[in-house]
Design a protein around this ligand. Sequence first.
Ligand code: NAI
Length: 343
Amino acid sequence: MRKVKLGIIGLGRLGRKHAENIHYKIPNAELTAICSMVQEELDSVSNEMEPKYVTKDYKEILENKELDGVVIASNSYFHCKMICDAVKSGVKNIYTEKPLGMTIDEINLIRDTVNKGNVSVFQVGYNRRFDASYQAMKKKIDEGFIGKPILIKMINRDPASMAEYIIKFSPTSGGLVFDMLTHDYDSARWLIDSDAESIYGLGGVYAYEGLAKVNDIDNCGILVGFKNGTMGWFETTRNCTYGYHVETEVFGTKGCIRVCTTPTKDRVIYLNDEGVNQKCVQWFYEYWEPTFVAEMQHFVDCIIQNKKPLVGLEDGYKAVEWALAAKKAVDNRTVIYMNKDEK
Ligand code: NAI
């Protein structure tokens, strides 16, 4: 079997998981090269998975002609530079974590560079599209089960246990709207096959004063008007006390489909004198793990079969374009119209 040789840049919270998935769970891929600025991360992955190349200099990964593709899992602020450098170095197959870039200038530069470069497969890490339930939902919507979509409702709640981490990383993550809600927007526009036209939002600091100091918020709700007439309601929080909770509902003229109305960890139910209880999922990776494996398998398959990935450059572009507008809507408590001057 042909093995696709991958190099990865970034071995942090998520990059380490991508490395494990490539090494242990994708039979037709090989973790050939790794890069991180953190020596302990390099040592740990290198001792355990024994990749051929280990470096702190990401350009060595981009220049390595033995590789079939590169996975970018560095902090969001480096994505633009690394993607553009990868294209300039002749890397043909690129997977990048979301978000594509942090500003309109960055995503324009990336779009221009990738489109003009010699890139075969360009995939962006909106992993939720690879969830089996979301894929079943998408299929049913396309088949007409709900009729004409009227409302798409997304709930996205991060556990309160992550608060300290969130406050520390808020300055480099882009903040609540940017960091959390691009997943929901990407899933929504894919599910109902339409882009946003108008956005209105409310939000603020309700739980963590530390976030106010870094100009971020911990809760918000956003109303989205889609071009095909569907209404969108997206709500997100950083202080979900019971764990990690995502939920999606699409309501239409003929029916309704819901995914994950209760975020239970498993099927175990505990009954005693305190009542009937179930454990809740505690963090994003636990809930979405199969999707991270599936999206990387998809990247590898696209390289082998020269296929267009399910989440490409334009999807990554639109998610960031929307997030910048949504942030503005929440910050200014105003309606933002997409593709108009207010953008
Ligand atoms: P992290 O801070 O834990 O790790 C960042 C990694 O990037 C580190 O290994 C660091 O050494 C490396 N890095 C940064 N700059 C570098 C440079 N110049 N050269 C070489 N290596 C460099 O970050 P985390 O949480 O793993 O996030 C990484 C990316 O993944 C972010 O863009 C984030 O938005 C995205 N992410 C996506 C999720 C999803 O659900 N799809 C969930 C969590 C994160």
